[in-house]
Ligand binder design. Structure first.
Ligand code: AMP
Ligand code: AMP
Length: 356
């Protein structure tokens, strides 16, 4: 598969590369970065979203589809190959496509790691092997002790997570969700149940650069979630009276600057996660990745998730974050960092090392 993709790349006119992505998630970030690094851009989107990307003036060409999965259709792929397109994957690629076996287009990063990221068991294996501290996993609802967070298969972006503190409560809420048609009976058995870590959420967006051979911290954010971030507005006695449970649907992000002495925990985690990535999916991490963590009351870091691609939280870092500014001495954000790596790789004849 990789050989086929590399032969597509070989035929590309390297002076006329288009940076392409699906119009959603962090596309504005990716397109703006590509333009700032001198590339043309192509946006694959639905007619409805086209106006957003037109409005911001960061797209040179549009490929209109009615469903994101159409990206896999031969005609669309051919169209993109004609434009010498390098695709930049983001959260919508995972959420709406998921399988890349038939995608014969150069895609920035390591596709295999994107598959590891979408599978909860594989993700846990990766993180456990890295030796990072993680929330405990309860292997059955009967084991629930203290606060636990329940994640059903397919729950995306925090939607549909809930908190319980006993096995009875787990079954009670699950039953309610089955009745409401939110989950299926068989999902109840496959729920991922984790120890709930009470603390501050911090999402670290790193970049592993094959060109420079180093890990870079590009941006840090936290999420703005509905309804978890609204609960403080309702008095506790009303929360109990109407039985409000928090939900975690992400609607936005805030930038974060960390207490500096905590950065070392994040860098240590990033180093070991990158090391293990080489063992599980050669040659390991390429480009953007995000370590999603919670710092508890002792400022101890727990890693609860990893993304092996750009995350939307990096949108808070446009045109720069304090960290990327310190490192580069110029405006730098994830979309631009990706395009910079591609540009440097073209100059050094290393492009094939960015595409796995
Ligand atoms: P979307 O294209 O907006 O539907 O998002 C695709 C995937 O990325 C979904 O799983 C979303 O939950 C996730 N996502 C989108 N935007 C954000 C954001 N600002 N912060 C965190 N996750 C996001
Ligand atoms: P996710 O979509 O997995 O990134 O997570 C969505 C929300 O669930 C975030 O606010 C997380 O902080 C929260 N969350 C996920 N796992 C845990 C956990 N083990 N302890 C506390 N909060 C969690």
């Amino acid at each position: 598969m990789r050989e086929k993709i590399l032969s597509v790349l070989e035929d590309y006119d390297k002076d006329n590369i288009h940076i392409g992505t699906i119009g959603s998630h962090s596309a504005l970030n990716i397109f703006k970065g590509a333009k700032e690094e001198g590339f043309s851009t192509v946006c694959i989107c639905r007619e409805r979203e086209k106006k957003v990307y037109e409005n911001f003036g960061v797209v040179d060409k549009f490929v209109i589809i009615s469903d994101y999965a159409e990206l896999l259709e031969e005609e669309i792929q051919d169209n993109l190959r004609q434009l010498n397109t390098i695709l930049i994957p983001h959260g919508s690629f995972n959420a709406y496509i998921g399988k890349f076996d038939s995608l014969l287009l150069p895609m920035f990063g390591n596709r295999e790691l994107m598959i590891w990221e979408t599978d909860r068991d594989k993700q846990r294996e990766w993180l456990e092997r890295s030796g990072v501290r993680m929330p405990k996993k309860f292997s059955s609802p009967e084991e629930i002790k203290g606060l636990a967070i329940v994640k059903y298969p397919g729950a995306k972006g925090g939607k549909g997570y809930f908190i319980v503190s006993s096995p009875d409560e787990f079954y009670e809420i699950s039953e309610e969700m089955v009745k409401k048609g939110l989950i299926r009976e068989k999902d109840v058995k496959n729920a991922e149940i984790q120890e709930y870590i009470l603390g501050a959420n911090i999402y670290f967006s790193f970049f592993y650069s094959p060109v420079y051979g180093r890990i870079e911290l590009i941006a840090v954010d936290r999420r703005y979630e509905s309804t978890a971030d609204a609960l403080g507005k309702v008095p506790a006695k009303e929360q109990i009276r109407v039985n409000i449970n928090p939900t975690y649907t992400v609607v936005g992000n805030f930038p974060v600057v960390l207490r500096e002495s905590l950065l070392v925990q994040a860098f240590e985690a990033a180093e070991s996660i990158v090391e293990v990535s080489k063992e599980i999916a050669y040659p390991g991490m390429v480009g953007a990745f995000c370590i999603e963590s919670i710092f508890d009351e002792n400022a101890t870091m727990y890693v609860f998730e990893i993304s092996a691609r750009i995350v939307a939280g990096t949108n808070v870092g446009i045109p720069t974050s304090p960290y990327s500014y310190i490192l580069f001495g110029e405006n730098m954000y994830m979309g631009r960092r990706i395009a910079r790596e591609i540009r440097l790789a073209i100059e050094k004849d290393m492009l094939a090392e960015l595409i796995y």
